[in-house]
Design a protein around this ligand. Structure first.
Ligand code: ZN
Length: 214
């Protein structure tokens, strides 16, 4: 069998583990090496625990990433795996108890558009507001409408530490604002009334107590 085909078929089975960047790099390897790499990556990439509201660690303000190095790239890979497995379309490092300014997003249906934002800076580009129903992996099971600017510019570093600048609209605009809030210790439930937020808090605390009691 053509090694490339073997690689491709493995990629299909393990698509949760690799973004397009890793796939391109892997294509240069022999099939044997690729199989070995796949196994190595599997054991080296644990799914991270996602903190849940009202955990006070979610209120931590994340620090800028000082250098985009292998440690940060490993964090990015682990965050993608965790986000896809959840499943979710965005994850901030704060949610996995790492208080550095790293966000991963993929709003595609087939996990084909992974986006990495390191040290993101947001600028609203319009006064127009959009209301969209939001959920959050740190507030599981609850969905509420939140109003945000519908178009934003984001400046950030990519997974190689290269700066980029992008205008985001629609779902991506909502998602990047939601995730940047996480890096500032803010949750979407903060946009709700005290009454609604307290109700969600009490329900989640009850669930957490039940989980703790086995
Ligand atoms: Zn969230």
């Amino acid at each position: 069998m053509n090694p490339f085909i073997i690689e491709a078929s493995i990629l299909v089975r393990d698509d949760m583990l690799f973004g397009p960047v890793d796939f391109l790099a892997a294509c240069h390897l022999s099939s044997t090496h690729w199989i070995y790499s796949t196994n190595a990556v599997k054991t080296a990439m644990p799914i991270l625990t996602i903190l849940e509201f009202p955990d006070t660690r979610l209120r931590t303000i994340a620090k800028p990433v000082a250098a985009v190095d292998e440690r940060i790239r490993q964090l990015v890979d682990d965050m993608f795996e965790t986000m896809y497995a959840a499943p979710g379309i965005g994850l901030a490092a704060t949610q996995v108890n790492v208080h550095e300014r790293v966000i991963v997003i993929d709003v595609s249906d087939d996990k084909s558009e992974p986006l990495v934002f390191i040290n993101p800076e947001l600028e609203p580009l319009t006064d127009e507001l959009e209301e969209m129903q939001e959920g959050c992996l740190s507030v599981p099971g609850f969905y509420e409408n939140v109003v945000r600017p519908e178009r934003v510019r984001v400046k950030a570093l990519d997974r190689n530490g290269e700066p980029f600048d992008r205008v985001l609209e629609g779902l991506l605009a909502v998602c990047i604002q939601h995730e940047c809030d996480h890096l500032n210790g803010k949750l979407f439930v903060d946009y709700l009334s005290n009454l609604k937020r307290d109700r969600i808090r009490k329900k989640l605390e009850k669930i957490h107590r039940a989980q703790a009691n086995g």
